[in-house]
Design a protein around this ligand. Structure first.
Ligand SMILES: Cc1ncc(COP(=O)(O)O)c(C=O)c1O
Length: 420
């Protein structure tokens, strides 16, 4: 990448692909008309939205009608929680003053805040009960049994992310959802959701194989614009989707508001790139990640006494860890004390992050608390406080990897006041 910086923060956000930029620009000019208008311009804009929906559907092996556009991943995840809870209360209305048991949601401890927070809010308000499934310390993953063990007859939603944004761990969502669906308790209305924000464009994502009713798509994680989509298996028929917004009945009444045509077109263009080039993207990113791991070992030492700690024990296994993600800590008990912010602040060219960069409190680069995801993934606190997430992308080159390792070396030495 011929720029003044090395960008290894692709899990936070990816740059727009040139093809996506082009499609957005063109749509701004040619498809500005209101897609609900029956004029030829309105119809042209509508056609672009239809094409985009089809590309996104193809990317996850869904039907086009099962895709609803959203503002992003946060909206999609919040919507799923809302839909499931509303559905539960509509199925079991309180009758004659008889209280019904609270609906129950199952999720994991390592979900993104866009899933954890809407659930926590409802728990605080006394409207739902929730179980947060832990990470199994042996497999470093979520055990199917741990999910089955917490199912109750009031369980209405099981939401397990497909891969984690901080550690890169890929979870066995298909096995979990298959097992959940064949173990339905009494009322049998468990809805299954996966947040695939970090997986799309990095691995095959197939809603049928995953056996989910909802799946979250986030454009800016796969070189698209900052909007998203929610896959819903036959929305309103097979799977509940009560609207959050009311108004002009766009998106078949599921989400009112004039469609953001240029961004929807951009999301479609990003999906088309994945449809056409996934194998090539995956092999490039995996190659870059392998170079990065080797280079870090070379620079920081791979011996037992090394100060280099990989925070995902399965980091090199492409079936268990995202092909672009390396979460690493630099620590030696002899060193001057410092946290990840000291490393990030000592880097002039390398862009990376500590924890989930999308958490706005980290904007100041001041890491004072370890990431809950790392702690819940079994990373000891002293390493979690010093963790840097490096996420390579389609645009990463071998020169970038060399430069990144050198930048890290200089920054770690400066932070630790030592020579390694
Ligand atoms: C796994 C995951 N889910 C959801 C989101 C939320 O997406 P957004 O902030 O674009 O709404 C993110 C963003 O970082 C993410 O990594």
């Amino acid at each position: 990448m011929a720029t003044d910086f090395v960008y290894l923060d692709n899990n936070a956000t990816t740059p727009l692909a040139p093809e996506v930029c082009h499609a957005i620009n063109a749509a701004c000019v040619s498809a500005f008309a209101n897609p609900s208008s029956s004029s030829i311009l309105g119809k042209a804009a509508k056609r672009l939205i239809i094409q985009s929906r089809a590309e996104i559907a193809q990317m996850i092996n869904a039907d086009a009608f099962d895709i609803v556009f959203t503002s992003g991943g946060t909206e999609a995840n919040n919507w799923v929680v809302y839909a499931a809870v509303r559905y539960y209360y509509s199925k079991f209305p309180e009758a004659d003053g008889l209280k019904i048991p609270l609906p129950h949601i199952v999720t994991s401890v390592v979900e993104h805040d866009a899933m954890i927070e809407p659930i926590n809010k409802l728990v605080e308000e006394g409207k739902v009960k929730a179980s947060f499934v832990p990470i199994d310390p042996i497999s470093n993953s979520i055990a199917v049994e741990s999910v089955l063990n917490v199912l109750r007859k009031e369980t209405v939603l099981v939401s397990i992310m497909l891969s984690n944004n901080e550690t890169g761990t890929i979870f066995p969502v298909a096995q979990i959802m298959n097992a959940v669906k064949s173990n339905l308790k009494e009322h049998g209305i468990v809805l299954c959701h996966t947040d695939a924000a970090q997986s799309i464009g990095k691995m095959k994502v197939d809603v049928r194989e995953l056996n989910v009713d909802y799946l979250t798509v986030v454009g800016h994680k796969f070189y698209g614009p900052r909007i998203g989509a929610l896959y819903v298996n036959k929305p309103g028929e097979k799977t509940p989707l009560p609207p959050l917004f009311f108004g002009g009945n766009q998106e078949r009444g599921f989400r009112s508001g004039t469609e953001n045509t240029p961004m929807i077109v951009g999301l479609g263009a990003a999906a088309r790139l994945v449809n056409e080039n996934l194998t090539q993207y995956v092999s490039h990113m995996y190659h870059m990640k392998s170079l990065l791991i080797n280079k870090l070992k070379e620079v920081f030492g791979s011996e037992k006494s090394s100060c280099l700690h990989f925070n995902n024990p399965n980091v090199a296994d492409r079936n268990q860890c995202l092909i672009n993600t390396v979460n690493v800590s630099f620590y030696d008990p002899e060193w001057n004390d410092f946290t990840a912010s000291a490393i990030l602040n000592n880097m002039t060219k390398l862009i990376a992050s500590a924890g989930a960069a999308c958490h706005s409190q980290l904007d100041s680069f001041s890491v004072t608390k370890p990431s809950r995801v790392l702690i819940d993934s079994g990373v000891p606190e002293h390493l979690a406080l010093r963790s840097i997430r490096l996420s390579v992308g389609r645009q990463t080159t071998a020169e970038d990897i060399e430069e990144a390792a050198m930048q890290l070396y200089t920054a770690v030495c400066a932070a630790a006041h030592t020579k390694i």
